[in-house]
Design a protein around this ligand. Structure first.
Ligand SMILES: Cc1ncc(COP(=O)(O)O)c(C=O)c1O
Length: 254
């Protein structure tokens, strides 16, 4: 695996196409795309996806597109990679599930969309026995999640998440040392804690605030933490109150 970090400017993340060009080798076979992106919360624009398609075509790469958060698009439009044009249908595998939008990760419901018959056959041959078998409830749940009967509920969920995101942004703006990347999709916030001067913010907030974020270092960026705002607003408020208080106490002790 070759990791190609995204480029960040003023807390806006983009794919780094120059770095991708430099990283690709003759042995590279697959580009893994994640859209909406976990953890930076980007929903890629058509122009960005077209640039990705041009890059992958030029280098004859298969695209495995992880679109598990597709229905959690809070801003802009989620454009499935395979829908870009007819050519990409021949070399793309889209992965998704009802796990995120319906919050049912314990009911295995992952699926792959593979428009090309030839690729689908290869995928089926290779994947035989690789995946856990969904149980009978998974099929019911998957069907219910996508048959349209939950559309109103999904709208309400997205509205609630958007409000949580806006609340989070307004609170973080008032906390010295923290900045948050504007989220366009997913329920994950990518928080920059580098200006706090704290070496390991993940450990600090866990120990001093009792708030367990995900550690940014696990995603390749030390000094960052990831917050899941898919929760009741009261819980989000309490977490932010504790984070704010812990930072105030830290500064007072300096
Ligand atoms: C981008 C992305 N892909 C895949 C997964 C895996 O989800 P699951 O194991 O519930 O199928 C996750 C879960 O966090 C995710 O964020």
């Amino acid at each position: 695996m070759i990791e190609v970090p995204m480029k960040e400017k003023n807390l806006h993340y983009e794919m780094d196409f120059d770095a991708l060009e430099q990283a690709v080798t003759e042995d590279t076979g697959v580009l893994v795309l994640c859209n909406p992106h976990n953890p930076v919360g980007r929903v890629y624009t058509r122009a960005e996806l077209e640039q990705t398609a041009a890059f992958t075509e030029r280098h004859h790469l298969l695209v495995v597109s992880d679109e598990i958060h597709c229905e959690l698009t809070l801003e802009g439009e989620h454009i499935p990679f395979f829908s870009l044009n007819d050519r990409v249908k021949d070399y793309s595998i889209t992965l998704s599930s009802a796990g995120k939008i319906a919050n049912i990760p314990s009911l295995p419901s992952g699926f792959a969309i593979i428009p090309s018959q030839e690729l689908r056959r290869r995928f089926q041959d290779i994947s035989l026995g690789l995946f856990s078998t969904p149980n009978a409830l998974s099929f019911e749940a998957l069907h219910a999640a996508f048959d349209g009967s939950c559309d109103e509920w999904k709208e309400e969920l997205r509205d609630y998440l958007r409000e949580n995101r806006d609340y989070l942004e307004s609170r973080i703006a008032g906390i010295d040392g923290l900045r948050v990347v504007h989220n366009e999709g997913t329920y994950l916030a990518w928080i920059d804690a580098r200006d706090t001067g704290i070496e390991d913010p993940f450990a600090f907030f866990k120990e001093k605030a009792g708030v367990r974020f995900n550690n940014g270092a696990d995603y390749g960026q030390k000094g960052f933490v990831r917050l899941n705002f898919g929760c009741p607003r009261s819980q989000l408020k309490e977490a932010l109150d504790r984070v704010e208080a812990a930072l105030q106490a830290y500064r007072a002790a300096q």
